[in-house]
Design a protein around this ligand. Structure first.
Ligand code: ZN
Length: 526
């Protein structure tokens, strides 16, 4: 008996699928000769069909979108049930894969359905000796349902339209991992806390730039990412996945980037801040891979490039499953207290120029919108230039032993809890020498971004003796999420809770940052 139809009873579509008829099970993209992409109901029907056909695939859900759509999760592997406990009990390496966080970037959604059909037909069986996969092909389900032929107008299809970038609240879900304004991001961090995947893979399509790669990728880019996580990705994993893609298709891949129009040509990546999925997961001491299929390759080629890249990524994970687990444990146990970490960062130029493959495009017309779309030409132009695919600290701060959050900062405490950060509360007042951040000035961005006017404070720490009242929350950095704690609570952090206005009500006329800290060991609580 499959749990899928118990949990998703209302979503089980009346299609009878057996092992033999799986080959007739096509995605909407395949059925329409890649003119269309799957609706939410298409995806749910497909997931139910493959789960019915294979004991390796079970379905559950892990959250609800703004408009009330269940967020599906396919649990793939030898697992007795779909609960976090059942998945954790396998002791295997856990890999979370999501498509469609930007719902116009639909290649991952299609690729993961095809991959699941392969699994249901008996392919990739060797993966499940050492891995359990957690797959959500349609993360931004509400955005997906806002189909329009004018969404992402220059992208090469699907010509009959695709979903929109933001969710139903207008939030870009790939900017929401720190502030957690959306139920989708809340569900994702809930999944990170409960299923604790060792690896997160986020599937996108590129914006704008014209290059010679079918797919580009990125590891976590924040300079505070634990070296045990970063070194494996940078030295072997991503290149190995790219080689798999090349073998399967003859298509090239490289680190994500683009060449700007002004100044010296240089290959530049995007951003280090943990509002982005890959950077956030990296700060949680887990492996993260961003995949970006090339917008001007045909839709079919983008789907296949994404599928082959994911397969190459999983093949590496299979061969290195225990090493991946060992490294996350090493990162979780590493002491960062007392070290200097970045609160802000800047792009770092490569030591030497590198060879970049640039590309060209032809203009075509989308017959359904009459608008110009671009299609990659099968040529590459090799150019040598510096690249900026890493970041270095531009401002650092010492990691304290603990932060002290006043009990009235309820929104701060609520966000910390949602992220899975551990803290305790003082049972009685505590007299302590602490560091107080004296605020010299504060600025808020004139233009709203993600419905926020991002805030910055300027000032410096001073040592002072204070009595912390009972109820004050004590957040230690010596915990697995220590790097995230630092990024959320440091007042100068470029992506912290202060930046996202969570502390605004406590900052009115304030001369000091309401969250205190200590760099010295202390006793006396709870
Ligand atoms: Zn995207």
């Amino acid at each position: 008996m499959h749990t899928s139809c118990v949990l998703l009873a209302s979503l089980c579509l009346p299609i009878a699928v057996t092992g033999q008829s799986l080959q007739d099970l096509l995605t909407r993209a395949e059925r329409s000769n890649y003119e269309e992409t799957s609706t939410y109901d298409d995806v749910m029907g497909f997931l139910n069909a493959v789960a019915e056909a294979s004991p390796l695939i079970q379905l559950t859900t892990f959250g609800t979108t703004v408009e009330g759509r269940a967020m599906p999760l396919a649990i793939v592997g030898h697992v007795d049930g779909t609960s976090p406990e059942a998945v954790l009990a396998t002791g295997k390496t856990r890999v979370y894969i999501q498509g469609n966080i930007h719902a116009g970037e639909v290649c991952g959604k299609e690729a993961m359905q095809m991959f699941l059909r392969d699994v249901a037909q008996g392919q990739h069986a060797e993966l499940f000796d050492s891995l359990v996969l957690l797959i959500n092909p349609i993360y931004n389900a509400d955005g997906n349902e806002r189909f329009d032929v004018n969404n992402r107008p220059r992208q090469h299809g699907p010509v009959r339209g695709m979903g929109q970038r933001p969710n139903a609240q207008g939030y870009d879900l790939n900017r929401d991992h720190m502030k957690l304004d959306s139920p989708e991001a809340r569900a994702l961090v809930g999944l990170m806390n409960s299923y604790d995947p060792h690896v997160g893979i986020d599937l996108h399509t590129t914006n704008g730039t014209r290059h010679g790669y079918h797919l580009t990728y990125a590891p976590p880019l924040h300079p505070n990412t634990d070296p045990a996580i970063l070194s494996l990705l940078e030295s072997e994993w991503l290149v190995s996945a790219g080689e798999h893609l090349l073998e399967k298709s003859g298509w090239y891949s490289y680190d994500y980037g683009g060449v700007g129009r002004r100044g010296e040509p240089a290959w530049r990546t995007f951003d280090y801040r943990p509002r982005f999925n890959n950077n956030y997961i990296g700060l949680r001491n887990r492996f993260a891979i961003l995949s970006e299929a090339y917008a001007y390759a045909t839709f079919e080629e983008r789907v296949l490039a994404t599928k082959y890249f994911v397969e190459g990524t999983l093949e590496f994970a299979r061969r290195n499953a225990s090493e991946i687990r060992r490294r996350t444990e090493e990162a979780d146990a590493r002491k960062i207290t007392g070290t200097e970490l970045a609160v802000r960062a800047q792009p770092k130029r490569s030591a030497e120029p590198v060879e970049i493959l640039l590309g060209e495009v032809d203009e075509e017309t989308n017959p359904y919108s009459d608008r110009t779309i671009l299609r990659r030409r099968d040529v590459v132009r090799r150019e040598t230039m510096y690249e900026y695919i890493e970041f270095e600290a531009s401002e650092t701060e010492r990691v304290p032993v603990a932060y002290f959050v006043p009990a009235e900062a309820t929104q701060v405490l609520e966000k910390l809890a949602a992220h899975g950060v551990q803290y305790t509360s003082l049972a009685s007042p505590l007299r302590l020498s602490v560091q107080v951040f004296r605020i010299d000035s504060t600025t808020t961005a004139e233009r709203a971004f993600q419905q926020h006017n991002e805030r910055q404070v300027f000032g410096r720490y001073r040592q002072d003796n204070r009595t912390l009242p009972a109820g004050t929350a004590v957040v230690r950095t010596e915990q697995p999420l220590g790097r995230l704690v630092f990024g959320l609570l440091e007042p100068r952090s470029s992506d912290g809770l202060l930046n996202w206005n969570v502390l605004d009500s406590l900052l009115e006329d304030a001369t000091e940052y309401p969250i205190l800290r200590t760099v010295l060991p202390f006793i006396g609580f709870p």
